[in-house]
Ligand binder design. Structure first.
Ligand code: ATP
Ligand code: MG
Length: 547
C-alpha cells in the first residue's frame, strides 16, 4: 500500500488510502491467491520441524466449507465466533471462515484459565466456538455461564468426543467442515462492518473488547510495510512467537502476510524457548519476524543465536524496547530491529525503518504514512516539541477500531474532539520522532516530578546483571511516592546488598538523582499478562497491601 519512495517524507507526502466500498478480509486473504500455487501456511511440530505446507487454494476451500456449514447450522452474520486455539491450520481456517460469513471472530488465548475465558465469552456473547481437546475441559466447566454458546467444534475431536457430545452441541471440526460446500460467496461486507473483537492485554485493568471493522487489515498494511522494510519482498516468509489471539500475531503478522500472498509459519511454543525459536527460524528460512520485547529479553538472557539465521526484517513493540536490546539483536541476530508502537484499539501508528531514516535509540520512530499522530494537551491542542502530553491519533483513520464492545463509558472517555486518546504519554521531538514516557496511569509522582517507569526500566536493563525490571511508585510520606524497582537477575548472578547499591548507582549516574530507585527488590519473576507485558498494577496492589 505504501507508494514507491526512498524517504519517509516522500512516503508521507504521496500516501493515499485506498479503501474500497466493499471489502471482506476473508476473501482477501485466501480467495485472492487461490488461483496461484503459493503457500499460505507452513505447519510445524512441537520440535519446530516442518510437517505440511498448505496452499492458498486449500485455505480458500477449507474456509468456504466451514463458512457454509456454520451458516447452515444457524450461525448468522454478526454472530460472534470464539477461536480458542494456538497457532495452527484450524485457527487460520476459522478466522477466514468467520470473516467470509460476515460473522465476528473472537480470538482467545489458550493460556487463559476458566475465569478469563468466561469473562470474554460472556462479554462477547459468542454463539459458536472452535477449540481443541486440550482446552475443551475449561469450556465444559464454565458452560452453564454461557447460555448463548450453542455450537463447539473440536479440532482434534474426531473419535475422541463423549457419546453425548453432539447433544450438547459439541462436534468434531474436520468431519463437520467436510459436510460444507466447497464454494461460498463471501458476505458483501463494507469496510466498517464488524469483523473482530480482540481483547486488550489487561495490563491496566479488566481487558476491554475492541471491536474492529473489516477495514482494520487495510489500515494496518502501511504499519507492517514500514518496520518490515517495505514488506513484502521476494522470498519473504513470516513468523512470530506472539500468539495469533493477540493483535500483534493476528493483524501484524498472519493476516497482512496472507494479504500479500506471503507464507506464514505456524508453530506452537508452549513455553517460549529462545534457542529453539532461533534454530527454527534458521531452518525454515524465516525472513521476517515480529519479536515482542519479552521474547527478545529472553533471547538475550540465553544468548540465543544461530549462524544460519538470515532475517531480513524484525519488528518489535507492545512495550518499551530499549537501546540495549536493539544493540544485542544487531550483533547476535544480524538485523536492526525496527521498533513500533500501537495498541489493540489502533495498532501500528508509529514505527521505525532504519532504511528510511536513522533510528534514534530509545525512540518509537515516526508516524506511519496514512496516520496523523500527535502529542496533545488536556484540551486537545497539539503540543510543541519536547512537551509531555498524551499520544493521540487523528480520526477518521481506518486503523482505529469501531469502539469498545458493550462499553460506552470507555468509548466516550477516550475520544477528545477529533482525537483518539491512546492513554499513553510521550513527547515528539524537533525531528518528528516520538518518545514513549508511560501509560497515563503508570506515572510515578515523586518529590514533585512526574516520572515514567519506562526510562528507569530501560536504564536498569543496561546493567549486565539485570534480565528484567519493573519500576513503580510506592506511597512515601515525604515524596508522595518513592521509586521501587523489582529486578529479575540474569542466571548465575546472585542478589546482595552490594549489587543493589551498584544498580542504584548505575541508574543515578545515568539518569538523574530524582529518577533512581531508592528501593531495589530482587524477585524470581514479574507478574505478566498473557502477552508477556509487565503488570505494574499487580505490583502496586501488592505494595499497597504491605503497608
Ligand atoms: P489494557 O489496555 O487492557 O490495560 P494494554 O494496553 O497493555 O492493556 P495492548 O493494546 O496489547 O493492551 O497494548 C498497547 C499498549 O502497549 C500501548 O497503549 C502502550 O502502552 C504499550 N506499547 C505499545 N508499543 C509500545 C512501544 N513501542 N513502547 C512502549 N510502549 C508500547
Ligand atoms: Mg491499553
Amino acid at each position: 500500500m505504501l507508494p514507491k519512495a526512498k524517504t519517509w517524507d516522500a512516503l508521507q507526502a504521496d500516501f493515499r488510502w485506498e479503501i474500497p466500498a466493499h471489502y471482506n478480509i476473508g476473501a482477501d486473504v485466501s480467495d485472492k491467491w487461490a488461483g496461484t500455487r503459493r503457500t499460505a501456511l507452513i505447519l510445524t511440530d512441537d520440535a519446530g520441524e516442518e510437517t505440511r505446507r498448505v496452499s492458498f487454494a486449500e485455505l480458500s476451500v477449507m474456509s468456504n466449507r466451514l463458512a457454509d456449514i456454520l451458516v447452515r447450522m444457524g450461525v448468522a452474520r454478526g454472530d460472534r465466533i470464539g477461536i480458542l486455539l494456538p497457532q495452527a491450520l484450524e485457527t487460520a481456517v476459522s478466522h477466514v471462515a468467520a470473516y467470509k460469513m460476515g460473522a465476528v471472530a473472537v480470538p482467545l488465548f489458550t493460556l487463559f484459565g476458566g475465569d478469563a475465558l468466561a469473562y470474554r465469552l460472556e462479554n462477547s456473547g459468542a454463539r459458536a466456538l472452535v477449540t481443541d481437546l486440550e482446552n475443551l475441559p475449561k469450556i465444559e466447566e464454565i458452560r452453564n455461564r454461557l447460555p448463548e454458546l450453542e455450537t463447539i467444534l473440536v479440532t482434534d475431536g474426531e473419535g475422541a468426543l463423549a457419546p453425548d457430545a453432539e447433544r450438547r452441541g459439541i462436534r468434531p471440526f474436520w468431519p463437520t467442515l467436510a459436510r460444507g460446500y466447497e464454494r461460498f460467496g463471501a458476505a458483501p461486507t463494507t469496510p466498517n462492518d464488524p469483523a473482530l473483537i480482540i481483547y486488550t492485554s489487561g495490563t491496566t485493568g479488566q481487558p476491554k473488547g475492541a471491536l474492529h471493522g473489516h477495514r482494520v487489515l487495510l489500515g494496518h498494511l502501511p504499519g507492517v510495510e514500514m518496520p518490515h522494510r517495505l514488506f513484502p519482498k521476494r522470498g519473504d516468509l513470516f513468523w512470530t512467537p506472539a500468539d495469533w489471539a493477540w493483535i500483534g500475531g493476528l493483524i501484524d503478522v498472519l493476516l497482512p502476510a496472507l494479504h500479500h500472498g506471503v507464507p506464514v509459519v505456524a508453530h506452537r511454543m508452549r513455553k517460549f524457548d529462545p534457542q529453539r525459536a532461533v534454530d527454527m527460524m534458521a531452518k525454515l528460512k524465516v525472513r521476517n519476524a515480529f519479536l515482542p520485547p519479552t521474547a527478545l529479553k529472553l533471547m538475550r538472557a540465553a544468548d540465543a543465536h544461530n549462524p544460519e539465521l538470515k532475517l531480513r526484517s524484525v519488528g518489535s513493540g507492545g512495550e518499551p524496547l530499549g537501546e540495549e536490546l536493539v544493540a544485542w539483536a544487531k550483533d547476535r541476530l544480524g538485523v536492526t530491529i525496527n521498533e513500533f508502537y500501537g495498541q489493540t484499539e489502533c495498532n501500528l501508528v508509529v514505527a521505525n525503518n532504519a532504511d528510511l531514516f536513522p533510528p534514534k535509540p530509545g525512540s518509537m520512530g515516526k508516524p506511519v504514512p496514512g496516520h496523523r499522530v500527535a502529542v496533545i494537551d488536556t484540551e486537545g491542542n497539539e503540543l510543541p516539541p519536547g512537551e509531555v502530553g498524551e499520544i493521540a491519533v487523528r480520526r477518521p483513520d481506518p486503523v482505529i477500531f469501531l469502539g469498545y464492545w458493550h462499553n460506552n463509558a470507555a468509548n466516550t472517555e477516550k475520544l477528545r474532539g477529533p482525537w483518539w486518546l491512546t492513554g499513553d504519554t510521550g513527547t515528539v521531538d524537533e525531528d518528528g520522532y516520538f518518545w514513549f514516557r508511560g501509560r497515563a496511569d503508570d506515572v510515578i509522582t515523586s518529590a514533585g516530578y512526574r516520572i515514567g517507569p519506562a526510562e528507569i526500566e530501560e536504564c536498569l536493563m543496561t546493567h549486565p546483571a539485570v534480565a528484567m525490571a519493573a519500576a513503580i511508585g510506592v506511597p512515601d510520606p515525604e515524596r508522595t511516592e518513592r521509586i521501587r524497582a523489582y529486578i529479575v537477575l540474569r542466571e548465575g548472578t546472585h542478589a546482595s546488598d552490594g549489587l543493589a547499591d551498584e544498580i542504584r548507582n548505575h541508574v543515578r549516574t545515568r539518569l538523574a538523582a530524582h529518577e533512581y530507585p531508592r528501593e531495589i527488590r530482587f524477585v524470581a519473576e514479574l507478574p505478566m499478562t498473557a502477552t508477556g507485558k509487565i503488570m505494574r498494577r499487580t505490583l502496586r496492589e501488592a505494595a499497597r497491601n504491605e503497608t
